[in-house]
Design a protein around this ligand. Sequence first.
Ligand code: 3HC
Ligand code: NAI
Length: 717
Amino acid sequence: MAQYSRVSGTVGLITLLNPPVNALSAAVRQGIVDTLDKALSDRKVKSVVICGHNGKFCGGADIREFSSPLTGPPLIPLIQGVESAAKPVVAAIDGVALGGGLELALGCHYRIAHSKARLGLPEVHLGLLPGAGGSQRLPRLIGVPAALDLITTGRHVTGAEALQLGLVDKVTDRNTVDEAVKFALSVADQPPNSRRVSTFPCPRHPDLDALFEGAMQRVRQRARGALAPVACVQAIRAAATLPYAQGMERERELMATLFTSGQARAQQYHFFAQRAVGRWSMPSGARWDTTKPGAVHKAMVIGLGTMGRGISVALVQAGVSVVAMETNEKQLMEAKQAISSMLERGAKRRGVAPALDKIRYSWNMEPAADVDLVIEAVFEDMALKKKLFQQLSALCKPGTFLCSNTSGLDVDQLASETRHPELVVGMHFFAPAHVMKLLEVVYGSRSSPQAVATAMELGKRMGKVSVAVGNCRGFVGNRMLKPYLEQAFFLLEEGTTPEFVDQVLEEFGFAMGVFRMSDLSGLDVGWRVRKADGLLNVSEGHSARIRQGCRYSPLGDLLCEQGRFGQKTGRGWYQYDKPGGRVAKPDPWLHGFLEKFRTQHGLVAHRIDHQEVLERCLYALMNEGFRILEDGIAAGPEDIDVIYVLGYSWPPHRGGPMFYAGMVGLQKVLERLEHYHQEHPDIPSLKPCNLLRKLVVNGSPPVHKWREFLKKPQSQL
Ligand code: 3HC
Ligand code: NAI
């Protein structure tokens, strides 16, 4: 798992060999120990180069090994062995040097990187810290502020930025290994004593206390309860204040706590889940590895409001030529300006020229005749969308894929308006569409595997994690949101306040509680949907709190009737200093309104505690997740969890709602749902779903085994 050869007469070349990313598995670590021994004991060898097979230096420790006991040589002494070698050792960094991979490079005496290589210590995203000396060597090499930035955010830097930071000694645009060998020849006679990073003093900083206090405040705010970012700051503080050996001891202690934590398990699950969703399948049996996507060179985006603008930007950045179309003149002019400035800002960040020539604008639909794919993002109005799909079907050349960004309307109904329903799929982006990483690809009953493969592939090109889901009201994400929001409203009716519900959910780790989020996105959005669904009509002789036979909370509708749409009107569940204001303040009017509502409906407020808020909101959401699995709308729990973490701000250190259900214990989730459903028999979403019962009866298997209990997709191939 590490190859050895002697090149240019005197350079020992060690090549890490473990495709696809040369992760440091037990075999690779053993390979490094053996080949390094060989190089150091070969008298002809004067210097050593370590590189990775197939243009990738190393993607870090082998994460798959984390769940079993350690075998093979441990990484810390291995890197120590590299650093203490008497002959100069040069890292040749191509592709990636991440986590343990970069820590290995930090143990080398010199680092040569390709300008486009990506370097970083992303362990924080796995619930860990750089635990093979990275937290101690990096600050010694590049200083505490830069190390705090890289380690607590886990961000990757390019070779070029790494050079500016002092992380590498040289960058090249040529063959990195050849350059590293040349470099190794040039330093062959220089003893590496002064190049051992662990012996460097940590660069001084004028006010370390203030620096670490600020860093700790920032990470605590961002971390939303995650342990790893906090431990990263503590480890770097040890590097800045203690001798290397003591710093390493502190790194070891902190890593030991993180390594066995549920949070690390959750984040590592999320890492693999993000990759697993790419291996999609459809109930027909069609799969990711047997379906070829269609080519998309040119696309059209229709409707340039909030979503259409972001989608256009993301397409252009992915190298697709775009025709952006809008009927409203003012909106078109504004969109053109907004899109250009988003493209310019994005290009500046990436150090490239903005591809403004890749997009053109249109008032009419004619350019649809010449594109490979259309994404419609007009108002959420079925009649309008249907008309558009009819027009597109008549206009487009044969084979053009027709996609809708609808957030929950029936994709089959849209497809039925076209001559080729097999070309229709949902592409549900999240706002802002050029930033958010999630894409739900919705297949209807007649969508062809190729249409799904095309949308999935296009999402990947746009830098998204695409998840294929079935067609139902709200798809996966918004369907699960409904019972969650409903519970929050019911809790207000029963006695609590928006502030308390939000506080509980934010303490759990959501970026925003339900009510703050609802104020941000606008209460009128849901109001319009409920109107269209006929939910605003109270049946004669029935309570206003019952609609279509189930318990219903009219609170949101009542606020909208008062013109309280949230931030945009300066009033919603909270009050703001002006329309468009951002700072939510408790609103005494709202509290009075809730009291009046309760009196009017004969409700007696009772004390609702933290546990009840959390359980009713989250367990109702999870229960819907189980129903979605049961209905075959999501292929597995990983799909739901990826959607929730990437699209709905579910805290990554809690894995996702389905993973979290497993962490809590399925038996407990079932019992609590039964309890709440007994208390509220008029709320069907609290009735435990059959799949949940089935899993409990079968001994609550771990989340990766749940697929065995789902109905098998029926192959129609
Ligand atoms: N360990 C095990 N498997 C890994 C891995 C790793 N470190 N990195 C990637 N893989 C696997 C992926 O699971 C995937 O497997 P699959 O094909 O079976 O799904 C395959 O390699 C390819 O990965 P990607 O699909 O992600 O390929 P990309 O080319 O898109 O990205 C990458 C490559 C940027 C290296 C990305 O995989 C990545 O970010 N990997 C994780 C890097 C990381 O976090 N390293 C730190 C590990 S922890 C550590 O080192 C602890 C140390 O401090 C002690
Ligand atoms: P928006 O109201 O900001 O923009 C819609 C745009 O469509 C407007 O500019 C309007 O002038 C234009 N339009 C209307 N009819 C048109 C026609 N016939 N031809 C061309 N343009 C037309 O709406 P938004 O928020 O961008 O939503 C668009 C779609 O995306 C909706 O289906 C919505 O449900 C969905 N969506 C919205 C999200 C959000 O957070 N806003 C998130 C995910 C999906």
